[in-house]
Design a binder for this molecule. Structure first.
Ligand SMILES: [Zn+2]
Length: 240
């Protein structure tokens, strides 16, 4: 299958899905990030582009379609920071350096990780999920309207240790841990070493504000145990 045919298949699949959700036969699909509408000809003009869910440079092979503007904006800003961070994590840390968590603040890589998790939900669950207002704060932060989405911090967890047991490039499951419905998206990021990252995302029928508050509360309650675990992991990383 050529790349053109591959993109056309994706386009037709998204067109059908959007038609189902909107209850009409659409001739244009919408970019999952900015909701601009594009007809089939945008595949040839280059205005609709193939975007890897997990960046290709980190081992991602599955793709979806986003508009050129969103692809460029997120690719050059967000993905490059994630790749750079993973590369740096592979290098031995200099003597006397601060902890890995301080040297690689998670906030730097959040936009790229958030985009991958969001596109994974879009790819697997379709427009019915992402067209819900529950995803508005996620999209706003992706578009750069909220460049530092501190309110979403508690939704991320990231393990600095190599995670060799993670096989799928992304994996989505329904969470049963919170009273609000949520997706747990695990991402496999490979730059020589495989590391894993998990993001909690709302489901279409959840109240994102309540979900974020609940996750933050659970994190605070377990924090002494988590801190202890992180200390151990950072210790192992520093001596690696
Ligand atoms: Zn877009």
């Amino acid at each position: 299958m050529t790349v053109r045919e591959f993109k056309l298949n994706l386009f037709n699949r998204l067109l059908q899905d959007l038609g189902r959700v909107r209850g009409s036969s659409a001739s244009r699909i919408e970019c999952p990030i900015c909701f601009s509408a594009f007809s089939r000809s945008a595949l040839d003009s280059g205005n609709l582009t193939l975007e890897h869910i997990v960046p290709e440079s980190l081992g991602g092979v599955t793709g979806t379609l986003t508009c050129r503007a969103c692809n460029n904006h997120l690719g050059s800003n967000a993905d490059s920071r994630l790749v750079e961070t993973l590369r740096a994590l592979n290098r031995p840390s200099p003597r006397g350096a601060s902890s890995a968590a301080e040297r690689f603040p998670f906030r730097d890589i959040q936009p790229s990780v958030l985009k991958s998790a969001y596109l994974a939900v879009f790819h697997e669950k379709g427009y019915a999920q992402i067209l819900s207002p529950a995803f508005d704060p996620i999209r706003e932060s992706l578009r750069g309207v909220l460049p530092a989405p501190q309110c979403l911090d508690s939704l991320f967890s990231w393990n600095l240790e190599p995670a060799t047991d993670v096989r799928d490039e992304f994996h989505i499951r329904e969470s049963a841990d919170y009273s609000e419905p949520a997706w747990i998206v695990t991402l496999r990021l490979k730059r020589k070493t495989v590391r894993a990252c998990a993001v909690i995302l709302p489901r279409a029928d959840s109240d994102v504000g309540r979900l974020v508050a609940e996750v933050a509360k659970v994190r605070r309650e377990v924090s002494p145990r988590v801190r202890e675990q992180m200390k151990k992991e950072e210790g192992r990383f520093e001596t690696a």
